[in-house]
Write a protein that binds this ligand. Structure first.
Ligand code: HEC
Ligand code: HEC
Length: 90
């Protein structure tokens, strides 16, 4: 696009500023983090000491699989890497 004069340039810059402000407002209005953290209780304490997430996750499903003591709800999101979503530190 050929920019013809100062007025047009000003308009383009103003549009850009309004656009950026819009994105900023959108991001600031994001809801706060709501995924439950890994509980720090008897069942989960030992996982805080296993540094590798991948290794720690190996035993999650021994309790959280279907038919075990704390199965995941049906609407639970895809569950491949538990600790990417359920963080250990807050
Ligand atoms: C020994 C059994 C057991 C193991 C192993 C286990 N959990 Fe749990 N988990 C439970 C039980 C029982 C509950 C429900 C009661 C509670 O909150 O402790 C629970 C609750 C949770 C919750 C819900 C907390 C909340 O605030 O609602 C999350 C998240 C969770 N576990 C993640 C994990 C992850 C990730 C692993 C693997 C690193 C794991 N659990 C391993 C038994 C276990
Ligand atoms: C993609 C992100 C993600 C991954 C990966 C994930 N979860 Fe979750 N999990 C969530 C979210 C979000 C919720 C809250 C769902 C809700 O409140 O409806 C949740 C809820 C839970 C709960 C609590 C259920 C309840 O009844 O309150 C447990 C237990 C749990 N997850 C365990 C696990 C385990 C074990 C794994 C790995 C096998 C895992 N999650 C992987 C996002 C994830």
């Amino acid at each position: 696009m050929q920019i013809k004069n100062r007025k047009q340039l000003l308009l383009i810059n103003a549009t850009f500023v309004v656009f950026c402000a819009g994105i900023l407002v959108f991001l600031l209005k994001a809801p706060k983090e709501s995924t439950p953290f890994l509980p720090n209780d008897e069942n989960h304490k030992r996982f805080f000491f296993i540094e590798s997430k991948k290794e720690a996750e190996l035993s999650c499903l021994s309790c959280h699989d279907l038919g075990k003591e704390a199965p995941l709800p049906e609407n639970h999101p895809p569950k491949y890497r538990c600790l990417f979503c359920h963080k250990r530190n807050r």
